[in-house]
Structure formats: C-alpha cells, structure tokens
Design a protein around this ligand. Structure first.
Ligand SMILES: Cc1cc2nc3c(=O)[nH]c(=O)nc-3n(C[C@H](O)[C@H](O)[C@H](O)COP(=O)(O)O)c2cc1C
Length: 178
C-alpha cells in the first residue's frame, strides 16, 4: 500500500498544526506533511492518495501573497494543477476558517481548492455535514454538505480533535485503497 501524502498551506500556523496532528493519527500510513510552498506538482503526483489542507484568508481567498499572507501558498501553487491529470487520485480535503468573523465567506478556500482538483479529475472523498456550524454562506458547501472537513480553531477548537478523529475514520478506507 502506498502512503498518503499530506500537503498544507498556512499563514499563522494553525493548518500546519492540524496537518501534523493528522499525520500522527495516521501513523505509518502517511508521510510527514509538507508546506505547499515547498512542493511541486510532481511531489503531489507521487501519491495515489492525498490530503490537502487550507485555511481561508483575505475575504474568502486561498492563502498566499494576494490575500495578505506572509509567504506564497496555495494561491501561487494553483496554476500548477492546470496541466495535471489527477484521474485515479483519491483526495480528501480539509479547510480551516472562522465562522464568527467571516460568516459570509466561511472556509471559502476549501471550495476553491475543491473546484480545482475536481476539474483535474480527482475522486474527492470526505464530505462533511454542516450541522454544528453557524454561518451565512460558504463556497465549501456543495449539495448541502461541506466538500471536506471544516475546522474552526478560532471558535470551536474544543471540537477539533473529535471532528478529526471521526473524519479520518470516514476517509481512511478510501485513502488506503488509493
Ligand atoms: C486576515 C484574515 C482573513 C481571514 N479571512 C477568512 C475568511 O474569509 N473566511 C474564513 O472562514 N476564515 C478567515 N480567516 C480565519 C482563518 O482561516 C483562521 O484563523 C485559520 O485558523 C488560520 O489558519 P492558519 O493559521 O493556518 O493560517 C481569516 C483570518 C485572517 C487573519
């Protein structure tokens, strides 16, 4: 069985912390998480199964320089997907956001990343219910569900570990067969 690749973007470090926690929970099944600003598309394509994680910055934007981030991130990486064939890849997505301060753009970047990898042919797993979150609008909601796990470290940090564990149980079988 090949390992699961974990790639993340971050501005203030929350998503890095979550990615590390994910890797720890997955143990031998996953490689160490890599910041997307240190990765190329070939690094991602080495894996059949991936977990991609992103916070939302600016007003519903991917992390990166245009959103006011400290460094390059998913925003700058995104064009690399455009020539990539992701068919046969199984991808689970994870997004961080703040539903209280950004209730109109809650976890939008997760939705932006989802659209991109879906267009390139990946199979997306790990849809997550919106119950237990309170927000007005989110690009991460498709057909009434989040397109991946959404975590809110600003307002619901106490629920993060439980959500992560439950979501991993849900996605692990699909990622393991990848
Ligand atoms: C300047 C700024 C803009 C943000 N914009 C959004 C937003 O539009 N939507 C959202 O859900 N969260 C937004 N957030 C919240 C972050 O996504 C959240 O704090 C996240 O945990 C940050 O993750 P990081 O530490 O990995 O960068 C914003 C945070 C900051 C500081």
């Amino acid at each position: 069985m090949s390992k699961i690749g974990i790639f993340f973007g971050t501005d203030t470090g929350n998503t890095r912390k979550i990615a590390k926690s994910l890797a720890k929970k997955l143990g031998d099944a996953a490689d160490a998480p890599v910041n997307i600003n240190k990765a190329s598309i070939d690094d991602l394509l080495k894996y059949d199964s991936l977990i991609l994680a992103t916070p939302t910055l600016g007003e519903g934007e991917l992390p990166g320089l245009p959103a006011g981030g400290e460094s390059e991130s998913w925003e700058e990486f995104l064009p690399q997907f455009e020539d990539a064939d992701l068919s046969g890849k199984t991808i689970a997505l994870l997004g961080l956001g703040d539903q209280v301060s950004y209730g109109d753009n809650f976890a939008d970047a997760l939705g932006i990343l989802y659209e991109q990898v879906k267009v390139q042919g990946a199979e997306i797993v790990g849809q997550w219910p919106t119950d237990g979150y309170d927000f007005s609008a989110s690009k991460a909601v498709v057909d009434g569900k989040f397109v991946g796990l959404v975590l809110d470290q600003d307002n619901q940090e106490d629920q993060t570990d439980e959500r992560l564990t439950a979501w991993l149980e849900q996605v692990k079988p699909a990622l393991a067969k990848g």
